[in-house]
Ligand binder design. Structure first.
Ligand code: ATP
Ligand code: MG
Length: 283
């Protein structure tokens, strides 16, 4: 059994659960217990506030955690990032009132900056040789300049609409974040093998994401051209058809290239093209 700490509610909760489901780990969190076991895999979930996840992973109360890289960096515990998970993307940026002219990072010298991320901010300011006063507030950071609490803010930005709504402009992107899988490092042999299985499944999910399976009938004379158009994992599968001049061609393509590939294949005579979703690819 291996324990994974995830956010109990908030921006990362749903996607963390969905990601585990995608790799075949079904958690019943309908009963809203703080600990719940997966029905079909040797893991149990520990539901916490995201602030507490790096700490419980560092002290071994949970073996793994799913949390934003921003929290990992801010808390500064000794944990390892095992996988980047590709969701919960955001950045932590410095922002100032829209009307103020920005002259570069030295603008912040002697200024007061409100933030919930004092450690990341201090490291940034130190690296630039800027000294400013850091005002720690834990929520509604964006109102600080208008409320006279600070001259600037250092806060999470994703679309930027909160900044616009508060008459602020983003002037320095300091930290890029996404959700990550973290480990405390001290895993038993059993836990290591469960983690290896999780990583194997995550890799498979990553490879299959955005892929489509293509099948079509093709004149044999166009086969070489079609193989050039469709670089598959090894090479496309070619099956004979009852009609000697034709074959059936199967391949996997990136969804982003799908319509371009379909156009090219039609041009060389492909017919009856079927496009199917790919559930999993195991290499
Ligand atoms: P908790 O109650 O668990 O402490 P919280 O209010 O601190 O929750 P959320 O707002 O749920 O945290 O955000 C969790 C994480 O989601 C952030 O730490 C960050 O990694 C990520 N995230 C992605 N986009 C955004 C965004 N627009 N605003 C805030 N966090 C975001
Ligand atoms: Mg939090």
């Amino acid at each position: 059994m291996l324990r994974i700490a995830i956010q109990s509610k908030g921006r990362l909760n749903e996607e963390s659960t969905a990601m585990l489901k995608e790799i075949g780990i079904n958690i019943d969190d309908s009963k809203r217990k703080y600990l719940s076991k997966a029905a079909n895999f040797p893991v149990e979930m520990l539901y916490l506030r995201d602030d507490d996840i790096p700490g419980v992973v560092a002290n071994g109360s949970a073996s793994l955690g799913i949390v934003g890289l921003n929290e990992v960096a801010e808390k500064g515990y000794d944990v390892q990032v095992v996988e980047k998970l590709g969701f919960g993307a955001c950045r932590i940026s410095l922002a100032i009132p829209k009307a103020v002219e920005y002259t570069g990072v030295e603008y912040f010298e002697g200024k007061k900056i409100a933030t919930s991320y004092p450690k990341i901010l201090k490291e940034f300011l130190d690296s630039k040789g800027v000294s400013a006063t850091i005002e720690v507030i834990t929520g509604s950071v964006e109102i600080a300049p208008a409320a006279g609490i600070a001259d600037a803010i250092f806060d999470i930005v994703s679309s930027g609409s909160t900044l616009v709504a508060n008459n602020l402009k983003e002037v320095e992107v300091v930290f890029e974040s996404e959700a990550v899988l973290i480990s405390g490092g001290n895993l038993s042999e059993e836990e290591q093998s469960i983690l290896a299985e999780i990583q194997f499944r995550l890799e498979s999910a990553r490879i299959s994401r955005g892929k489509k399976y293509l099948l079509m009938n093709l004149p044999k004379s166009a086969l070489e051209e079609a193989i050039r158009i469709l670089p598959a994992m090894r090479s496309p599968t070619v099956l004979p058809l009852a009609d000697e001049g034709w074959c059936s061609l199967h391949s996997v393509v990136d969804n982003k290239d799908l319509w371009e590939k379909v156009r090219q294949l039609k041009e060389i005579g492909a017919e009856g093209i079927l496009v199917l979703n790919v559930d999993k690819i195991i290499l």
